[in-house]
Write a protein that binds this ligand. Structure first.
Ligand code: CAA
Length: 258
């Protein structure tokens, strides 16, 4: 039997997904994206899972879309099938939080995949970049849109136009990653963060994610209203009663995720 292109393990209420094309530095081909999509769909729908961690290996999170597969494609090939337009954008519609745990290279589509996640924890070995310009193309999985939102126009232009990579320290300074940890602690730290998230009330977690994402899609006025209505809505959950009562009674809450 062939090795899966994405391995899955469950740790408590956390699903750990590991990209598994090490010989090609986890280059993203259609088969890998399809396996990733299927696993994310499965765990997103699983009530026993509260958070997902997506990682690669020590050398690469992913070194981009598969250049070997793309090299002979024509404009007609990519545009007629809207190359990864549909399924790729579906990846961001999952409701459970997804943490990217990045060591080594996160380049091109690999950097774009990390940016599709809800936040990035980087190993000190991580290197981020959008080097597509060197191949005679541009980022095609959201890099020209998500990178400037994450790091600002100046740094995004610099990275995309020159193709230079940035290290973990620069990525943290510029807001692309939430924290940098020693490479040998990456999975431990990411699982720990995911375990904390998955111990929170799931309805609050889902709404918090939706509200933060809404900040990038709407005016402040609309975003604030969206937040307020969802805040109100959470008072209909058992977990709001449990969370607030537990605080007053000076004990740990036991959330039922409803
Ligand atoms: N696609 C296909 N294969 C890739 C790959 C990619 N994106 N990146 C690396 N590989 C393969 C290499 O061909 C090599 O395979 P072989 O052993 O069979 O020759 C193997 O992975 C190891 O790579 P290197 O020998 O090049 O390793 P290195 O340590 O010398 O260099 C690297 C590492 C700097 C990351 C270099 O591999 C590299 O520059 N990779 C390409 C990065 C890139 O341009 N990414 C953007 C892709 S386009 C894209 O993503 C489009 C989009 O936005 C939609």
């Amino acid at each position: 039997m062939n090795e899966p292109l994405v391995k899955a393990e469950v740790h408590g209420r956390v699903a750990l997904l590991t990209l598994n094309r090490p010989k090609a530095l986890n280059a993203l081909n259609n088969e890998l994206i399809a396996e990733l999509y299927a696993l994310l769909k499965k765990y997103d729908a699983d009530n026993e899972i509260g958070c997902i961690v997506l990682t690669g290996n020590e050398k690469a999170f992913a070194a981009g879309a598969d250049i070997g597969a793309m090299k002979d494609w024509t404009y007609h090939d990519v545009s007629s099938q809207d190359y990864l337009g549909g399924q790729w954008e579906e990846l961001r519609r999952f409701r459970k939080p997804i943490i990217a745990a990045v060591a080594g290279y996160a380049l091109g589509g690999g950097c774009e995949l990390a940016m599709l996640c809800d936040f990035i924890i980087a190993a000190d070995s991580a290197r981020f970049g959008q080097p597509e310009i060197k191949l005679g193309v541009i980022p095609g999985f959201g890099g020209t849109q998500r990178l400037p939102r994450a790091v600002g126009k100046a740094k995004a232009m610099d990275l995309i136009l020159t193709s230079r990579m940035m290290n973990a320290e620069e990525a943290e300074r510029s807001g692309l990653v939430s924290r940098v940890v020693p490479a040998d602690k990456l999975i431990e730290e990411a699982l720990e963060a995911a375990t904390v998230i998955s111990s929170m009330s799931l309805p609050s977690v889902l709404m918090a994610k939706e509200c933060v994402n809404r900040a990038f899609e709407s005016s402040l006025e609309e975003g604030l209203l969206f937040e307020r209505r969802n805040f109100h809505g959470l008072f209909a959950t058992d977990d709001q009663k449990e969370g607030m009562r537990a605080f007053v009674e000076k004990r740990k809450p036991e959330f039922k995720h409803r």
